[in-house]
Design a protein. Structure first.
Length: 636
């Protein structure tokens, strides 16, 4: 068995290798210094001098308090790639990591910093982020995950050596004011510079110049981005571009891989015609509108949404559909799912807020750059179960609210970089809750536009690639008999989803685990009279859990006719699915559909599903459709 502690000979080698100084803080080692495992013994690290370092007692205790972080596969591979790349250079060098939004760039960068510090290659970290809000988020994550204490800003007072800090964190805008100071700091310390969302340097010539001045001679630079970008006239310092002007990352963790690894959701894009939306005719400068789905192929790419009153009609159309989707998700996620509405400007956002309040009776919060304590408002929403957050350029890159699952996009901005960053806000999967299939998909509502449609086409291809790869993995594991995360066999998933929908339609949300167990148990029970509801109740008693009764949350009440219409649509959809299952020929589908409806009406003792039929009767008919496994008798 591997010994847990280093022996005397190994300790002598470690202190000799460190030249008598603590590997982390570089203070002279005193009696009682610690021989420490770089990769902890508890995580499989060997008690070997190649995995050892000499630390002072203070640094070892501090290191021991760090949260044990289990890196994802891509983060482990990226860590190795970064270390190998940076270690194999004798001059100033950089490494660009592209990881899809929600993929875990923060943990990746901090793991690199931790490894370089533990090996004695660096003594300080400098992190540059796009905004004050992200500076706060980075500082918090650095402290929580690796116990790094970062000083916000570059203010020289009594102490200029920052010995009490592990490094500095600031915005790109602040670098302009402290570029020379940062240059001195990097010259006097062994530093890793982490540049979050490095594409921001191209937004301002002064930002790029200051960044180059401050860090041009720094040996280690790790740059991060969630989206590969194309260069404009101002290229970013230290970044390599291909012939088409697109940046070339050193390491990429794409969307398809993130879906396969259960890190990100696949997004369903719901496109709406821009009915009655105003835009400016480029040739004449005259304001006009889209009407009834007309598309202005050339001139519709500019100032649309300028007339708030007309935009309200369109916003309500998207919001009502998105809100209904959110209600369904909340019923399946214990009311935790949230929605994000992206407005184009502050005035429009407040108008949207007023209209939504009139519609639902709820005044949802707004966040924008001109409000005080905007980050507090975002954090409050993140920690709450609030349904909607309205944002103006505040909830985009780097903002981590993984309960966001629905987005209504009504922004002016139409660049691919910004669009992908916004979509990324609803794609980060939950890590603690066991929500199964419910957490696999996000829903993005947007207005038809030529440029955006092209972005969506590419993103849908990425989604399909990820889902296809995941299906292949599941199928391969099923063939070998290996356990998978999919407890419901693939061929039964549709039956399971419709059965669960049937339970939800009755007004009770059962624990997901209970429903899965009940569904599989129902397949092995000979007594066909026992319903899924009864089995759920039996399991609940056995396992001591409770069902969750939910109330319609949306502030507006759906009319009786609207509720009936929805049930009719769901019944028709399910009947057509059953027809497809038993391969009814196309030429007799119309007759078969009528026969099925006649059969179903007799079974539940009603004349038809017209307006004379009560809501309770329709629900009873729907439940019967869901509970029928073999529907062949319907079509005879």
């Amino acid at each position: 068995m591997e010994p847990r502690t280093f022996n005397g000979k190994q300790k002598q080698a470690l202190i000799k290798a460190s030249q008598g100084f603590c590997t982390l803080c570089r203070t002279p080692l005193k009696t009682g210094w610690h021989a420490d495992h770089i990769i902890p013994y508890s995580k499989g690290g060997k008690t070997d001098v190649t995995n050892g370092q000499a630390l002072c007692a203070t640094c070892n205790l501090k290191k021991g308090n760090k949260t044990m972080i289990t890196l994802r596969d891509w983060q482990e591979k990226a860590l190795f790639s970064v270390i190998q790349h940076l270690k194999n250079t004798t001059k100033s060098d950089n490494f660009l990591t592209h990881a899809t939004p929600g993929g875990g760039k923060t943990v990746h960068a901090l793991s690199v910093a931790e490894r370089l510090i533990s090996k004695g290659d660096i003594t300080k970290i400098i992190i540059i982020a796009p905004s004050v809000n992200l500076v706060d988020q980075w500082a918090k994550e650095a402290n929580n995950l690796y116990n790094f204490n970062l000083k916000k800003g570059m203010l020289y007072k009594d102490r200029s050596d920052f010995n009490e800090y592990d490094g500095i964190i600031m915005t790109y805008a602040s670098v302009v004011n402290y570029d020379e100071d940062l240059k001195i700091f990097c010259d006097r310390n062994e530093v890793l510079v982490v540049a979050d969302e490095i594409h921001h340097v191209a937004e301002s010539a002064s930002w790029g110049k200051a960044f180059k001045t401050a860090f041009g001679e720094t040996k280690y630079k790790l740059m991060l981005t969630g989206t590969p970008w194309a260069s404009n006239k101002d290229k970013i310092p230290f970044v390599t571009y291909n012939d088409d002007g697109f940046v070339i990352p050193n390491f990429t963790y794409g969307k398809a891989s993130a879906i396969t690894n259960h890190v990100c959701r696949a997004t369903e894009f719901l496109r709406y015609e821009p009915t009655e939306l105003p835009y400016e005719d480029i040739s004449s400068g005259i304001m006009t509108t889209y009407k009834d789905g007309e598309a202005a192929e050339k001139d519709g790419k500019t100032a649309w949404y300028s007339d708030v009153n007309k935009t309200i009609i369109h916003m309500k159309k998207l919001f009502i559909d998105a809100d209904e989707r959110l209600t369904l998700l909340r019923k399946q996620t214990m009311n935790t799912a949230g929605g994000l509405l992206i407005a184009g400007d502050i005035k429009t956002a407040h108008k949207f807020q007023d209209e939504i309040k009139a519609l639902t009776g709820v005044e949802y919060p707004i966040v924008h750059s001109k409000m005080e304590k905007s980050q507090d408002a975002i954090n409050k929403f993140k920690a709450s179960n609030e349904r909607w957050l309205i944002s103006v350029n505040m909830v985009s890159e780097g903002v981590d609210i993984n309960r966001l699952q629905v987005c209504v996009f009504l922004s002016f901005a139409k660049t691919e970089l910004y669009f992908r960053q916004v979509v990324g806000r609803i794609e980060r999967r939950r890590t603690k809750e066991n929500l199964g299939d419910v957490d696999k998909s996000a829903y993005f509502y947007y207005t038809k536009h030529d440029e955006i449609n092209e972005y969506v086409k590419t993103m849908e291809e990425e989604n399909e690639a990820g889902k296809a790869a995941l299906d292949e993995i599941i199928e391969a594991k099923e063939k070998t008999g290996e356990a998978t995360s999919e407890r419901i066999p693939k061929y039964l998933l549709h039956d399971f989803e419709t059965a669960r929908a049937g339970l939800i339609s009755r007004g009770i949300e059962y624990n997901t685990d209970i429903v899965e167990k009940a569904f599989m148990l129902s397949k092995s029970i000979n007594n066909n009279d026992m319903s899924l509801t009864q089995i759920c109740k039996i399991l609940m008693v056995q396992e001591g859990v409770h069902a969750v009764k939910y109330v319609e949350e949306i502030g507006y009440k759906r009319t009786l006719d609207e509720q009936k219409k929805e049930i009719r649509l769901r019944m028709n959809k399910e009947i057509k699915f059953k027809m497809a299952q038993i391969s009814i020929p196309k030429h007799i589908m119309g007759k078969a559909f009528k026969r099925a409806n006649t059969h179903l009406n007799k079974k539940v003792d009603i004349q038809g599903v017209d307006d004379d039929c009560s809501l309770a009767q329709l629900e009873k008919r729907l439940e019967y459709i869901y509970s029928t496994e073999d529907a062949r008798a319907w079509f005879r």
